[in-house]
Design a protein around this ligand. Structure first.
Ligand code: G3P
Ligand code: MG
Length: 247
């Protein structure tokens, strides 16, 4: 039901390094984490980059947006200076070398398909097609990245492009028809905001045969409670507080 790791570093390295960067992956490794969640969006010229916000201004200085900028230009942007001077110049990563780094270091991936508005299908298709190519020789299904998204259109496109890859649907609060959506999309797991989850909902998800992942859990006592409810996995920003072997 959930053959993947239990503890997952959110956005690469949580709050120990600038999110969604190679420096974040390195920080995760230093903290013993071998499982990450990160966000992938398409550049103007249709290349997947690792970034959360479509608009510049928070992690990348200036104005403009990812879907209006070519990958060639995006990789020259500073995605680390906002976090601290020591990370200034840390680039916006291209997805392919980012995933290759994970493969090389034995880091399992939850790839969140994060389409910029209006780019749902293209992003789902690109991520799934690219992961299929990168993992064509993977013989252990538990080693495949798990593709997740809030966007049902992106998940449908991902399924059409690479039906063999595992997918998960992301929710805030689980809607009343969560199970119908999950079955219709053929996902293996449900990803939920832990603040909106209840023990009864957790049990319902597990009883229905889906994996259950929670985001973003930063308090060890809360993590313990969720795991006691039957939650299979969680991502955390506090990889410094929650050890990778916390179970
Ligand atoms: O995939 C879990 C979590 O990352 C979803 O929310 O906004 O942090 O991408 P967000
Ligand atoms: Mg995310």
């Amino acid at each position: 039901m959930w053959p993947y790791p239990t503890m997952i570093a959110h956005r690469g390295g949580g709050t120990t390094a600038p999110e969604n960067t190679l420096a974040a992956l390195a920080a995760g490794l230093r903290h013993g984490y071998r499982a990450v969640e990160f966000d992938v969006m398409l550049s103007r010229d249709g290349i997947g980059v690792v970034i959360h916000d479509a608009d510049f201004g928070r992690t990348v200085p200036g104005s403009g947006s990812v879907p209006d900028t070519d990958a060639f230009d995006l990789v020259k942007r500073d995605a680390g200076g906002w976090f601290g001077a020591a990370f200034a110049g840390e680039p916006v990563p291209l997805f392919v070398p980012f995933a290759e780094y994970c493969k090389a270091h034995g880091i399992w991936m939850n790839v969140e398909i994060k389409p910029a508005p209006g780019h749902d299908e293209a992003t789902g298709r690109w991520v799934a097609g690219t992961v299929r190519t990168l993992f064509a020789r993977e013989t252990d299904s538990a080693g495949l990245p798990l593709l997740s998204s809030f966007s049902t259109a992106a998940l449908r496109a991902a399924r059409a492009a690479a039906p063999e890859l595992p997918r998960a649907i992301l929710f805030g609060a689980l809607p009343p028809d969560w199970e119908g959506q999950a079955r219709e999309l053929g996902v293996v797991a449900v990803h939920a905001d832990h603040r909106r989850l209840t023990p009864a909902l957790a049990q319902a998800v597990k009883s229905a045969g889906f994996g259950l992942f929670c985001y973003t859990v930063n308090d060890p006592a809360r993590a313990r409670t969720l795991l006691d409810w039957g939650v299979d996995a969680l991502c955390t920003d506090r990889i410094d507080l929650l050890p990778a072997d916390f179970i």
